[in-house]
Write a protein that binds this ligand. Structure first.
Ligand SMILES: NC(=O)c1ccc[n+]([C@@H]2O[C@H](COP(=O)([O-])OP(=O)(O)OC[C@H]3O[C@@H](n4cnc5c(N)ncnc54)[C@H](OP(=O)(O)O)[C@@H]3O)[C@@H](O)[C@H]2O)c1
Length: 292
């Protein structure tokens, strides 16, 4: 298969390229070489390279910044997928799109997870714009799969774990405070890339939740990571009220991969096992990256 990965230099796009490459022809592009909101840019690549499938990892992912950069977030997260979907239809391509747990309001009691048939009700600009992107794809692209993931981390790019590691390594005496009243399903981007490939190869369409199995709080996530890295840094639990941010985040972001399991396609693993595997694989390079 010839697979075009958009947002190909981001956290997930990078792993998609690495995971797909041994079995398929992959072209991973990002800004400025491919802008998913620019018709000339998208048409140019599609006409030149003629892929069989597009995996859209491009997105406006700065959740807090989106609250003051609303038009840009909507343009990338709604209009970009709409353009890709219309071109997927015109060229009869499979379009696999990545979405988010933030389409839910998170008010469900913990640990009851959200499944694909639950009604979304996003509470942030990021979540609203991502849901609008899903709708555009559902309306326009006949052959599509949407995978909603959550709390993504990987070796490439920025993420919560690298912020925690940077503080733990560079300022160990200061101590870390991490919120312990928001729950979700941490997801390794490399595992998700394998899951995306399984859906593509099965040529299966629909809406799927695809996050790490199980759940924990941000505090659990940070503590498990530092322990997997063999670091003895102090992490203290705090509440969301202690740590205000520009965006209200869902209290319960726990996703259940129900549709993948029904389709016999679930590749997602226990989040703690994946975190351990991630730390073992990338420990040295992560420590080098965050060092002063
Ligand atoms: N990160 C998470 O915790 C998380 C959680 C749930 C769902 N997701 C979803 O998972 C997907 C992948 O996220 P990620 O963490 O890999 O994000 P990421 O690291 O921010 O990667 C997104 C990439 O898209 C690029 N991009 C932005 N606007 C673009 C445009 N108009 N055209 C082409 N590329 C553009 C970005 O470039 P710049 O960096 O130059 O802007 C970046 O390289 C996204 O759909 C995201 O919404 C992420």
């Amino acid at each position: 298969m010839k697979i075009l990965v958009t947002g190909g230099w981001g956290q997930l796009g990078w792993d998609c390229r690495e995971v797909f490459a041994p079995r398929h022809e992959v072209l991973a592009l990002d800004l400025p070489n491919l802008d998913i909101t620019d018709a000339a840019s998208v048409d140019g690549i599609l006409n030149l390279w003629k892929p069989d499938a597009i995996v859209n990892c491009a997105a406006y992912t700065a959740v807090d910044r989106a609250e003051s950069d609303v038009a840009k977030a909507w343009h990338v997260n709604r209009d970009g997928p709409a353009l890709l979907a219309s071109r997927a239809k015109a060229h009869d391509l499979f379009l696999l799109h990545v979405s988010t747990d933030y389409v839910f309001d998170g008010t469900r009691p913990i640990p009851e997870p959200y499944v694909e048939t639950d009604a979304p009700n996003p509470i942030s600009t990021y979540g609203k714009s991502k849901l609008a992107g899903e709708r555009e794809i559902e309306e326009r692209a006949p052959r599509h799969a949407i995978l909603r993931t959550a709390w993504l981390y990987g070796a490439h790019g920025y993420n919560f774990l690298k912020t925690i590691l940077r503080r733990a390594v560079n300022d160990p005496k200061k101590g870390l405070r991490v919120v312990n009243d928001q729950y979700g399903s941490p997801t390794w981007s490399r595992r998700l890339a394998h899951q995306i490939l399984a859906v593509l190869e099965a040529d299966t369409t629909g809406l799927f939740h695809a996050s790490g199995e199980g759940y924990g709080s941000w505090f659990d996530f940070a503590s498990a990571f530092l322990s997997a890295m063999g670091l003895d840094a102090e992490v203290r639990a705090c509440t969301t009220a202690d740590y205000p941010t520009p965006t209200t985040r869902p209290t319960n972001s726990i996703l259940e991969n129900a549709a993948l399991k029904r389709a016999g396609l679930n590749q997602m693993k226990d989040w703690r096992e994946d975190l351990q595997a991630f730390a073992s694989r990338y420990r040295d390079s992560l420590l080098r990256e965050v060092a002063h």
